[in-house]
Write a protein that binds this ligand. Structure first.
Ligand code: SAH
Length: 461
């Protein structure tokens, strides 16, 4: 280790910044975040630094740096473009053992400024010892995106209860166990979903009655069309903390790979006309599992609120007073079209887009065909493979051109992603003669033609 990472308390402590330009400004704002008393020395200051001085947030001394300026400082930062001056500041500071940082000159520094992920009071500092600051920043970006914002609030809440928890559990292991349960349970989840007051009340309850079990919760999670990279951060987090996962055929194997390793997996089927567990059974199962105190993830393909019967599932939960969260997912229309090089709308070809169920009921579809059979519109049919002939006939009958382009996307966004293109008149024939299987999405509209130019995804890669 080239440097020792430490966090210094500089609250109300004098910190000197030599230089008043833009880079100095960035360092000053950082020091101010940690509530330092900043003194800035420069003959000229940039507008932002001047504003801070006008607002009395810093002391600005408008003259050249003098040796005596280093005296009694807690930290010194030199951020000038004068190499000789930077070296002088560094030498003077080092001679009186005051930590000094010279921007972009690791050799002149006795401390360096890390990249920061700020979830105060949680702060993560990343340093490459000045060797690859851009890499440190990339790592920072990764952490930024994987650590929910609310971790700070959670730590804050934990801080509020720290003394109480200490008083309640004298053994360190008992305390650790308690905190682990809090940080991976309903209290944390409530903080993450913005219900901080409820989280506080729950925390107090659990502390008062440490035998109390968490009440369960259901996460209705959209798993997207197949490619696991299309999951949301929230979906992934909830999938990884659930005790039980209820999934069906539409959830891809690659997405299932990402659920918590030791979670109980329950397959609830849903093949067309052959539901392994009928919808009522699924609704009830969710309620029963949650009542046992389980954290249940109901993982669905695409978006749970788009032809996913998600509404019915949470209605039953609401009726039974079970807490739940819903996480949107990328719906098949969006995933399949994008991965096929077909924009659903386009200034020249389509100004609106309709998502329609093509599920056949008694051999027909009860749809407003007059509204669908119009130019300059894209229609996306879900569950329409069996009804392809019917929808083709109906659209043509209601006036849509027989040569309107059509795409069929099978297992979109997965490694088995396949696309067939045809016309409205050719649709029944292609479905009858090609080995096209569910899940398949049918896209009707002029935009399908754009695939010739815009296709980018090659499933075999
Ligand atoms: N809630 C889902 C849709 C469920 S309905 C969503 O938002 O995507 C099931 C239908 O979705 C299938 O019959 C098929 O038409 C479509 N579908 C879902 N995933 C698909 C995929 N990866 N590729 C092609 N079609 C898909």
């Amino acid at each position: 280790m080239n440097y020792l990472p430490i966090f210094i308390d500089i609250k109300q402590k004098p910190c000197l910044v030599v230089g008043g330009g833009d880079i100095a400004y960035r360092k000053i704002t950082l020091l101010l975040k940690a509530n330092a008393q900043v003194v800035c020395v420069d003959r000229l200051a940039c507008k932002s630094v001047q504003t801070l001085a006008d607002e009395k947030k810093i002391t600005l001394i408008k003259r050249d740096f003098e040796s005596a300026d280093v005296n009694a400082q807690m930290l010194i930062i030199s951020a000038t473009d004068d190499a000789a001056l930077n070296a002088q500041v560094s030498r003077l500071a080092a001679s009186v053992n005051i930590p000094v940082n010279v921007v972009d000159s690791p050799d002149l520094c006795t401390f360096i400024m890390p990249s920061i992920v700020d979830r105060s009071p949680i702060v993560i500092a990343i340093s490459s010892a000045g060797k690859a600051p851009v890499l440190a920043r990339l790592i920072r970006a990764k952490l930024e995106s994987s650590i929910p914002n609310a971790y700070g609030k959670l730590a804050e809440l934990a801080g509020d209860f720290r003394d109480q928890v200490k008083a309640k559990f004298s053994k360190i292991e008992d305390r650790r166990y308690f905190w682990e349960r809090i940080f991976s349970g309903i209290v944390a989840e409530k903080v993450f979903s913005g219900k901080v007051d409820e989280a506080k009340a729950d925390m107090q309850k659990q502390l008062d009655d440490s035998n109390a079990t968490d009440i369960g919760e259901v996460y209705l999670v959209g798993g997207g069309p197949g490619d696991p990279d299309l999951l949301t951060f929230k979906a992934l987090r909830l999938m990884q903390q659930a005790d039980v996962i209820l999934y069906d055929r539409l959830v891809s194997e690659a997405v299932m790979e990402l659920v918590r390793r030791d979670a109980q997996l329950i397959y609830v089927g849903k093949e067309r006309d052959n539901h392994s567990v009928p919808q009522d059974g699924i609704n009830q199962l969710l309620v029963d599992l949650a009542k046992q105190g389980k954290r249940v993830c109901r993982l669905k393909g695409g978006d749970p609120f788009i032809f996913g019967r998600g509404g019915e599932e949470i209605e039953t939960l609401a009726e039974n007073g079970i807490p739940f969260q819903v996480v949107p997912g990328i719906t098949a229309a969006s995933g399949c079209s994008t991965y096929s090089g077909i924009p659903l709308t386009h200034r020249d070809y389509s100004q609106s887009c309709r998502f329609v169920t093509g599920h056949l009921k008694d051999g027909s579809m009860n749809l407003p065909w007059n509204e669908l059979a119009v130019e300059q519109q894209t229609i996306v049919f879900y569950m329409a493979l069996k009804g392809a002939q019917h929808l083709s006939n109906k659209l043509i009958e209601h006036g849509l051109r027989a040569d309107m382009p059509v795409a069929l996307v099978e297992k979109g966004t997965t490694p088995d992603h396949k696309v067939w293109t045809t016309t409205l008149a050719g649709l029944p024939d292609i479905v009858a003669t090609q080995p096209i299987k569910a899940p398949t999405l049918i896209i009707v509209g002029e935009v399908v033609k754009l695939r010739e130019k815009l296709n980018w995804f090659d499933a075999s890669n």
